[in-house]
Design a binder for this molecule. Structure first.
Ligand SMILES: N[C@@H](CCC(=O)N[C@@H](CS)C(=O)NCC(=O)O)C(=O)O
Length: 294
């Protein structure tokens, strides 16, 4: 075990504005808005404010899946929220999500605007609205809810725990990396065992449980987050790899991953989505080069 720190917590914790970690400039111990800024509203009933992190990708994949399945009411505008620039603390965004985290959805389809925050709640809202990507056998509903809530409870150990200390902390702390690597390996084993006997998490049907889990655990297996696939030996989870590859090949998933992506390879980025044709002419291609560079 590497050397222990001699840090003694004070009686009362105090906020030191700069702790050196990645995201230190956006983390604050208080909630609420920091500046006045209205949210833009486009022409469709569904307005999404997001970024293509795993939590954001869940929603754009579901919306693209709904459209591919013929639910034209799922047409949406997707607006980019740059969380590194503090867009999540604008007054309009805080009105859509008092927790200041992407994704947030405004649903104007029934007249009165409805706000929905928390990716799991948004997935359930949309699946129930269109009665799609839920198990065909209603008796499987508890299994769907179990995997959906499993994801919501488990992914913070992967992202906020393992990912933070392995990839983002300003220095490596073996205790933290060991603790969260152990938990994430256990979670990978849970998924692998479930997928050994089931094509998808809830059984034969592809549901919002897969759509919730894939952007996190599929990305880990494909080495698209934290550069940790080798460290966690993710290739040994063969059933999880089979499921990951199968979902990754779905056209709606390929499209959904691109929406609100402003990082990574250029050909995988579509900063905003307002129409299906935006996938052909990507939003950022319409920008002048100076704007793109800024
Ligand atoms: N439990 C939330 C988590 C959302 C979340 O953590 N979003 C991150 C990006 S993945 C975010 O907006 N972070 C900005 C911040 O913490 O200020 C959900 O599933 O919607």
């Amino acid at each position: 075990m590497s050397e222990a720190s001699n840090y003694e917590p004070p009686k009362v914790w105090k906020w030191e504005e700069e702790n050196g970690g990645r995201f230190a400039n956006i983390n604050r111990p208080i909630s609420g808005s920091t500046h006045e800024k209205d949210l833009p509203v486009g022409k469709h009933p569904l307005q999404l404010y997001s970024l293509a992190t795993p939590n954001g990708v869940k929603i754009t994949v579901l919306l693209e899946e709904l459209l591919a399945a013929g639910h034209s009411g799922a047409e949406y505008d997707a607006w980019l929220v740059n969380i590194l620039e503090g867009d999540q603390f604008g007054s309009g965004f805080v009105g859509a999500n008092p927790n200041s985290k992407i994704p947030a959805l405004m649903d104007y389809s029934s007249g009165e605007p409805i706000r929905i925050f928390e990716s799991g709640a948004i997935l359930l809202h949309l699946a129930e609205k269109f009665n799609a990507f839920l198990p065909t056998d209603p008796a499987k509903r508890p299994e769907l809810l179990s995997w959906l809530f499993w994801q919501m409870g488990s992914a913070p150990y992967l992202g906020g725990g393992f990912g933070h200390f392995y990839a983002y902390a300003p220095f490596k702390i073996q205790y933290c990396i060991d603790r969260f690597a152990m938990e994430v390996k256990r979670q990978l084993d849970v998924l692998d065992k479930r997928l050994a006997d089931n094509r998808y998490l809830v059984g034969e049907d592809y549901t919002i449980a897969d759509i919730a889990v894939w952007p996190w655990y599929g990305a880990l297996v494909q080495n698209k987050v934290y550069d940790a696939a080798e460290f966690l030996d993710t290739s040994s989870y063969t059933h999880l790899n089979r499921w990951t590859d199968e979902i990754a090949a779905r056209p709606a998933v390929i499209r959904g991953r691109k929406v609100n992506r402003s990082f990574g390879p250029l050909e995988e980025q579509l900063h905003e989505r307002h129409d299906a044709s935006d996938f052909e002419l990507r939003t950022q291609d319409k920008l002048a080069p100076e704007e793109e560079a800024g």
